[in-house]
Design a protein around this ligand. Structure first.
Ligand SMILES: [Zn+2]
Ligand SMILES: [Zn+2]
Length: 234
């Protein structure tokens, strides 16, 4: 499962997206660069590199989730405990979130009492978190409340945190219990909300390698331009 940590290097403002697993490891890495960080990172790798940007720490100011499957949201209580910030989730996933302990038990994991989001994501909202601004795209289909978060950059391609909506060469499962998954809804979400984005937009899926909108739009076997789903929803 991919958790993304986004830091504005001019302010230190930091957002954790889908910080629902390995919370202890995540906290150790965010607070002190200790232990193993993300498996893939294009940011500073130690405190001295942060200092080069004139900041001393990654200041966590909000938690945001693309959806409420337990591997993405189960350990949010540990992060809330540490950072005491708001947690954002689409309301249509609140029910799913209430079930994370049961869902995890089916896979043999014990989780704390589920966190309750205190802030709601809405389609097309401008989510201003400190010095970072995201555009929320509600992309149901993998879950009812699934969202993608778009971060537009002045000095590089846009960045899309896609949760389990879109993967490199695949799409999210639509058969998971209590999730409201539906392939026609999912493909409609991707084709109408994600394909209009810039081709060079970097996609960070909830699992597996990163990709770009352009590559998936032309080659994705489920929703790309030569797939059966393509063309149905335009
Ligand atoms: Zn999921
Ligand atoms: Zn997932």
């Amino acid at each position: 499962m991919r958790c993304s940590v986004v830091t504005d290097l001019s302010t230190g403002d930091t957002i954790i997206i889908d910080g629902g697993a390995e919370a202890d490891r995540l906290i150790a890495w965010i607070d002190g660069f200790s232990g193993r960080g993300p498996d893939w990172s294009n940011g500073p790798t130690d405190q001295s590199q942060l200092a080069l940007h004139g900041i001393t720490e990654r200041k966590v100011i909000a938690l945001v989730n693309t959806h409420a499957h337990f591997d993405h949201s189960g350990e949010i209580p540990l992060l809330l405990n540490r950072y005491n910030v708001s947690w954002y989730l689409h309301e249509a996933d609140f029910y799913l979130q209430s079930l994370v302990q049961n869902s995890a038990r089916r896979y043999g994991f014990e989780l704390p009492q589920p966190a309750v989001a205190d802030k709601k994501l809405h389609d097309e909202m401008e989510l201003v978190l400190g010095s970072l601004t995201f555009t929320v795209l509600h992309t149901p289909g993998h879950t009812l409340g699934g969202c993608c978060l778009l971060l537009e950059l002045d000095d590089g391609p846009d960045q899309l945190f896609a949760g389990d909506t879109l993967f490199a060469g695949s799409v999210g499962r639509t058969d998971l219990p209590n999730s409201g998954g539906d392939f026609s809804v999912l493909s409609n979400s991707i084709i109408t909300k994600l394909w209009p984005l810039d081709a060079d937009t970097v996609v960070y899926p909830g699992h597996g390698p990163t990709t770009t909108i352009g590559v998936e739009r032309s080659t994705n076997p489920f929703v790309g331009s030569s797939s059966p789903a393509s063309g149905k929803y335009r």
